[in-house]
Design a protein around this ligand. Structure first.
Ligand SMILES: C[S@@+](CC[C@H](N)C(=O)[O-])C[C@H]1O[C@@H](n2cnc3c(N)ncnc32)[C@H](O)[C@@H]1O
Length: 874
């Protein structure tokens, strides 16, 4: 799109914005609540409210492997910032983006430049283009600054197993996945050099610990850790896939479960293969659904929608999620609990209640993180707080509530209050919990949103106590004897829920946590253990609206009140801000389509052998981790690759009702070939980083010159027939002599140009007539901008010759891009057009085998992509 059109579109959007009435940023109860309740000194309160009323700065993070992220960041610093700082607007110099001081390696940035300034000046428009382009290819993640904190406190190391329980849309999960892969490229390089007899270069190893082979050595340097990213909402779990797929990780699984009942997962037991072990995690993130009042700066509707009931309705679910997280953790492991709320009822009280249920400070310790991220300004957690009920009355203790109930006639506990919302009682196990170790980040401290983060260390296994809240209805004298008179609405729902759980159990024996064989509270029973089919597992929904007052019948213990049932829009796919996300109702039927099973191929499968032979893949590359997604278990369109642990989990838990929705990196895609000698399986670009080091020299083309790469990027089908190969510069002879089919284009830049210094491996297809770098169009354009600062349109000879066909191809491309599950859209769609006009038989065949996913997958992926696409702009 041209500069002009960009600007026009943005102007139109700005005009549209201008017609909406401004939300009045005032809410008396909210202000009363936080002025009375938080530990903010009085002299900071004015600053705090002023910050909440200001627009939130835009922020973003460079992502992917560290080397790559640093390379992209360098462009911001050397190409864009110097230009932006030259701009003056109304006589004042424009502020360029600045690095977030506490984020490691300065990979996170924030900027306050107003939109109208960005639109007005070419240097900032160019920067905007760069941001959009790099975001589209996954090198930049727009993420709220405070949302980046929780993963940094998890202390994730390569080799660890990590669970993100409430992960969608996935910005934190992406950070966690990067941590699991940290140093991997350098480690693999060392291993490959060592077995090829080359001298092992040590500069990576000196650079950081994770790059040393010892950091994760057991699989020839490949990452052995794993991330499971989960979300209870089916559609949002697909947003997760969209976000995480860009990292091309074979070490990641996406699941779709209610975190309060997350199933125990089987893993192999080498000592006794017939008796499986159960997976316990090294690290778990519980970034739970919350009222989101820390996001007032972004979700301005919260100013009018905030009520104290929003938070009260979420407290029990938050406790249950945290208890389940602590159960699934290894002793010695760490759970990070976080919310984008400032309300103690969702924060300190949840932490204290969960610790209490998990055996107290003997078993669970609050980690002192005061020496972590020293440049991050924060306030300590609170040890004392009051609770505001739905009618805005403030309560200091549970005793006070009980007294009130006893002394009034109606016997009804003031709206939604339960004991665990209050600070731990004096004399209880948890009375002296060092809750000040929790972290509170307020908006005015560093011009951010508000956030709460706590790291918990599991000292030893425990048997979780049942939920006290449901067992102790407070009754006044009159109500005594009438069993349900003083029941909170929530309890009634709990009972219903419990009944539902019981129905699913095979026997009346107390439920056990399979991993520890310990009894677990009813609400933590892993229903899937008794469910024969994935479809039968009740899938949570997050959109169930609770009936409005005065009928106090929320849809479940998690339900928020009627106002919270209209959550402020979840407009940021990169933040945790999903205010009042409604947790699932167990009554709901499963959402979403049937998921194709994951079937692993035997290492001696003819297709695997054919691929290994054609690409001369080293026997050091594992051949027992290839998988397809269809019930027959035969390669049809695509072959995926996973790590060994992901394979073991997908295989051992098949048929147990675990809702796996994604796993594996697409490694090969089926392709019609011009002759029997040519392998029908081309390497997919996302599998390239994993595989290329093991491909034999017969199928590798090495490129060192910047100009040659530009030629391949700009021209989509450069001709090589006849004497045309000579136009391909340094690689001309090599490609002339190369046998037809797919190969690895290994880019090893010659020294001396910082913009062209990154090593890459890309799939290149050689046909009779032409070459084709098999990359999606947006990747080509992003590379052209990044390496050459060039925005020239791509050249497609076929399309130039036949505009009509090209238009059709463009439409197909757009469709394919939306689907995301399809192979490089550009390659196949444009190849179709080109092939038709060029008579390029094998390229046209390429289209015939276009990997159209099953319709339901397409829809779901498209939904994910579309939803994610609506989300934040810089
Ligand atoms: C605050 S958002 C998470 C943001 C995410 N961690 C990120 O950084 O992008 C909370 C998420 O929890 C999900 N959720 C709500 N109730 C849940 C439950 N009981 N179990 C699992 N996920 C739940 C919501 O669908 C929502 O996506």
């Amino acid at each position: 799109m041209s500069d002009h059109r960009d600007t026009e579109a943005e102007d139109a959007a700005a005009d549209a914005e201008a017609t909406y009435p401004e939300v009045v940023k005032e809410n008396k109860r909210l202000e009363q609540y936080y002025n009375t309740l938080t530990n903010l000194p009085e002299e900071e309160q004015a600053e705090f409210w002023a910050a909440l009323r200001r627009e939130l700065p835009n922020s973003f993070r460079f992502c992917g492997s560290k080397g790559h992220a640093l390379a992209v960041k360098r462009l911001l610093q050397t190409r864009y910032i110097p230009e932006i700082t030259r701009i003056t607007h109304d006589g004042v110099t424009v502020n360029p983006p600045t690095a977030v001081p506490w984020y490691p390696d300065s990979l996170a940035w924030s900027m306050t430049t107003p939109k109208n300034v960005i639109r007005k000046f070419p240097p900032s428009r160019a920067f905007q283009k760069f941001l959009v382009s790099e975001t589209s290819v996954g090198n930049i993640s727009r993420q709220e600054v405070v949302s980046m904190i929780p993963p940094l406190l998890m202390d994730v190391k390569p080799g660890m197993t990590v669970l993100d329980l409430c992960a969608a849309p996935g910005s934190k999960a992406a950070q966690l996945l990067e941590m699991i892969h940290r140093g991997e490229e350098a480690r693999i390089r060392q291993v490959i050099q060592s077995f090829s007899g080359d001298e092992v270069k040590t500069e990576d190893a000196q650079e950081e610990e994770a790059a040393r082979l010892e950091a994760d050595a057991s699989d020839d340097g490949r990452a052995t850790g794993m991330l499971i990213a989960n979300d209870a909402d089916y559609k949002r779990s697909h947003m997760l896939i969209h976000q995480l797929k860009r990292l091309s990780s074979p070490n990641m699984i996406v699941t779709n479960h209610d975190a309060t009942m997350y199933p125990s997962l089987r893993i192999p037991n080498p000592e006794n293969p017939s008796k499986p072990n159960y997976l316990k995690f090294d690290r778990i993130l519980a970034d739970v659904p919350c009222s989101g009042d820390g996001t007032l700066r972004k979700n301005v509707n919260l100013w009018k929608d905030w009520t104290p009931g929003n938070a009260l309705g979420l407290h029990l679910t938050q406790v249950r999620i945290l208890v389940r997280a602590l159960q699934m953790l290894k002793p010695g492991g760490r759970v990070v609990y976080s919310t984008c709320s400032m309300n103690p009822v969702e924060n300190e009280s949840v932490v204290a209640a969960a610790i209490e249920r998990c055996g107290g400070p003997e078993k669970i310790e609050i980690v002192d993180c005061s020496d972590q991220l020293p440049l991050l300004k924060r306030k300590p957690g609170m040890r004392k707080w009051q609770i505001m009920d739905k009618s805005a009355r403030l309560w200091s203790s549970w005793e006070e509530v009980q007294e009130y109930v006893k002394s009034t006639d109606d016997g009804v506990i003031p709206g939604r209050l339960v004991e665990s919302m209050f600070p731990p009682a004096a004399g209880s196990d948890c009375a002296d919990l060092p809750l000040e170790r929790c972290m509170r980040v307020y908006a005015h401290q560093q011009d951010t949103g508000g956030f709460f983060i706590t790291a918990l260390h599991k000292k030893a296994e425990f048997k979780a106590k049942p939920e006290e809240n449901r067992k102790q209805p407070v009754q006044n004298a009159k109500a005594n004897g009438k069993a349900n008179a003083a029941k909170r609405p929530l309890e009634e729902e709990d009972d219903k829920e419990e009944a539902g759980v019981k129905k699913l159990r095979l026997s009346e024996e107390p439920p056990k946590d399979e991993a520890t064989n310990a009894e677990v509270p009813a609400e933590l029973t892993t229903e899937v253990e008794v469910e024969p089919k994935p479809e039968a597992v009740e899938t949570p929904a997050n959109d169930e609206a609770a009936p409005s007052e005065p009928t106090p019948a929320p849809s479940g213990p998690e339900a928020t009140d009627s106002t919270a049932a209209t959550p402020a829009p979840a407009t940021d796919n990169n933040t945790t801000t999903t205010p009042a996300q409604q947790p699932p109702s167990p009554k709901r039927k499963p959402e979403g389509p049937y998921e194709e099973p994951f079937k692993y191929l035997p290492a001696d499968h003819p297709v695997i052998q054919n691929v290994a032979e054609f690409y001369k893949i080293s026997p050091r590359f594992p051949s027992d981790r290839y998988m397809v997604r269809n019930a027959l278990g035969e390669p049809a369109k695509a072959i995926y690759y996973t790590s060994a642990l992901v394979r073991d989990i997908l295989v051992l838990n098949e048929g147990r009702g675990v809702k796996f929705v994604h796993g594996g990196v697409k490694m090969y895609v089926k392709q019609d070939a011009p002759s029997a000698d040519v392998c029908r399986w081309r390497i997919q670009s996302e599998g390239m980083p994993i595989l290329h080091g093991y491909v034999g020299p017969e199928r590798v083309v090495v490129l060192t010159k910047k100009s040659t790469l530009k030629h391949l990027l700009v021209e989509m089908f450069p001709k090589i027939a006849g004497d045309d190969w000579k136009r391909m510069d340094e690689i001309g002879e090599r490609v002339r002599d190369l046998a037809l089919g797919c190969c690895v284009l290994r880019v090893e830049p010659e020294a001396g140009d910082e913009d062209f210094s990154e090593h890459m491996a890309l799939p290149l297809w050689k046909s009779f007539q032409s070459l084709n770098l098999m990359l999606p169009k947006e990747d080509r354009s992003a590379m052209l901008l990044r390496i050459y600062n060039d925005t020239t349109p791509l050249i497609n000879m076929g399309i130039q010759r036949d505009n009509k066909k090209a238009e059709g191809a463009e439409d197909k491309e757009k469709d394919a891009e939306m689907k995301d599950a399809a192979p490089p859209a550009d390659t196949d769609a444009a190849a179709a057009a080109a092939a038709e006009v060029q008579g390029d038989a094998e390229a046209s065949a390429d289209v015939e085998v276009a990997d159209a996913p099953a319709p339901e997958v397409v829809e779901a992926e498209a939904a994910g992509a579309a939803t994610a696409g609506e989300e934040p702009t810089a």
